[in-house]
Design a protein around this ligand. Structure first.
Ligand code: BGP
Length: 476
């Protein structure tokens, strides 16, 4: 199997799940800091079950402390370098740069932190890959403006993007505008800063917010390319290969429509620069009135599409609208019908390496832009043996199978530029808000209450991934 020369092997994290230091050096509170009980990826919220007015700084949530990467990043990046990382995907906490979100001037201490982090990566020849916003918008923008449904957010994001792109563009080539932008239906509070009187599940708001996010994404592309046309600015979607349960044409149609609504809609706009042909039908089906747009919006989207697609891939799903009795599984925001051919993780995420090959072929066939797998991996309970070793063969098995599928897709002709497995160092899980759902090659000695030494310790998968990178994907 031949991975291209210069393939970007690395790992991925997000600020709000590992940095900790949530109120240090001028950082403001983000929506992720304020999720009830510290469970970051709260499901569908309504005004009854959540209230932004609680004072999150009075609580101690796991992600307020994270793994204290804010203070230990040098040690962590040294370990990434030891594994041979070619790149490292992380996010910039919006609230370190603009604590409230609507200030005019950036917080210098926040910029300084990321300067140091980036310099540390560059010292080892690790290419930084930055998510501008990974579930990390300022809480103030949610409370005072109602989140992304408010068009003013476009300007606030533009200021933020301009500040970081201007400050870091000489050191950082790869950027992504929003993490898993298409996940908003399942969690508009986290993804779009929306709950409260208007109703978090109000689809009108979700689509209107998307329109604003698409504009913001295009503005980031414009700002970046004006600074340097060689910058690579991508979108980032959650992609789940979706099968029809059977050959019933009704299920096949449901699968197509699910793909349009979930896997394609955001990417269609961000990559092709225009709303897809099925938009009117999709809006109608969801009871959404035509979106409010200003003159010039569509021209902006058309003029500044993204350069590549970053996507997360953990599992596949099944559509079955005809049978009432199909077995169900949990699983990220994609749970649903059980696939009898697949095993699932301890959290019900259906493990499907072949689905990744299908995903890569589907996305590349549809868009013909470079693809970057910026999240993939197995969340698992790890055991520290009495001798201190962590033998995570299940993780090695998962990753090896997915890398094999990537190699096959490359042979299918897909232009895949990199791979950054999720949570390369253990961090706080988004869905559980706990440490014990672990993804890392590096174990962090902290429990669900974030108690422990915080010591970093390579797992068995650490040496394995080192070998994978050194052999450019040959030696699995
Ligand atoms: C993705 C998110 C990440 C991360 C990952 C794993 O959807 O972009 O932030 O959380 O899922 O999810 P979890 O931590 O719930 O296992």
């Amino acid at each position: 199997m031949t991975f291209p020369k210069g393939f970007l092997w690395g790992g991925a994290t997000a600020a709000n799940q590992l940095e900790g230091a949530y109120d240090v050096d001028g950082k403001g509170l983000s929506v992720a800091d304020a999720m009830p009980g510290g469970k970051i990826r709260w499901g569908v919220l309504s005004s009854e079950d959540f209230d932004w007015s609680i004072d999150a700084s009075k609580y101690v949530y796991p992600n307020h402390k994270g793994i204290d990467h804010y203070h230990r990043f040098k040690e962590d990046i040294a370990l990434f370098a030891k594994m041979g990382f070619k790149c490292y995907r992380f996010s910039i906490a919006w609230t370190r740069i603009f604590p409230q979100g609507d200030e005019l001037e950036p917080n210098e201490a926040g910029l300084a932190f990321y300067d140091n982090l980036i310099d540390e990566c560059l010292k080892y020849g690790i290419e930084p890959v930055i998510t501008i916003s990974h579930y990390e918008m300022p809480l103030h923008l949610a409370k005072a403006y109602g989140g992304w449904k408010n068009r003013k957010l476009v300007g606030f994001y533009e200021n933020f993007a301009k500040a970081v792109l201007t400050h870091f563009h000489q050191k950082v080539t790869y950027w992504m505008t929003f993490n898993e932008i298409n996940s908003a239906f399942a969690m508009p509070a986290l993804s779009q800063g929306m709950v409260g009187a208007t109703g978090a599940t109000d689809k009108q708001n979700v689509f209107q917010a998307w329109h604003h996010q698409f504009l913001a994404s295009s503005l980031a592309v414009k700002i970046g390319h004006d600074l340097n046309p060689d910058l690579k600015i991508g979108c980032m979607i959650i992609y789940a290969t979706t099968y029809s349960f059977d050959a019933n044409p009704i299920n096949q149609l449901a699968t197509l429509q699910y793909n349009q609504a979930f896997n394609y809609f955001c990417a269609d706009v961000q990559v092709r620069g225009e709303y897809p042909a099925y938009t009117d039908r999709l809006l109608k089906e969801n009871g959404v009135q035509p979106l409010e747009m200003d003159e010039g919006d569509l021209a902006l989207l058309k003029a500044y599409p993204v350069d590549y697609i970053g996507f997360s891939y953990y599992m596949s799903g099944v559509q079955n609208v005809t049978a009432e009795d199909s077995e169900t599984v949990e699983g990220n925001i994609l749970g649903g019908v059980k696939n009898p051919f697949l095993e699932a993780s301890d959290w019900g995420w259906q493990i499907d390496p072949t689905g990744l090959r299908l995903a890569l072929n589907d996305l590349y066939g549809r868009y013909q832009v470079p693809l970057f797998i910026v999240e993939n991996g197995l969340g698992a309970y790890d055991t520290v043996e009495p001798d201190g070793s962590i033998n995570d063969d299940y993780r090695i098995d998962y990753l090896a199978k997915h890398i094999t599928a990537m190699g096959a897709a490359i042979e299918d002709g897909v232009d895949l530029i990199g791979y950054t497995p999720w949570g390369c160092i253990d961090l706080v899980s988004a869905s559980t808000g706990e440490m014990s759902k672990r993804y890392g090659f590096i174990h962090v000695d902290l429990d669900d209450q974030i108690e422990g030494t915080g010591e970093r310790r390579p797992k068995k998968s650490f040496k394995w991934y080192q070998k994978v990178i050194a052999s450019n994907g040959e030696d699995l």
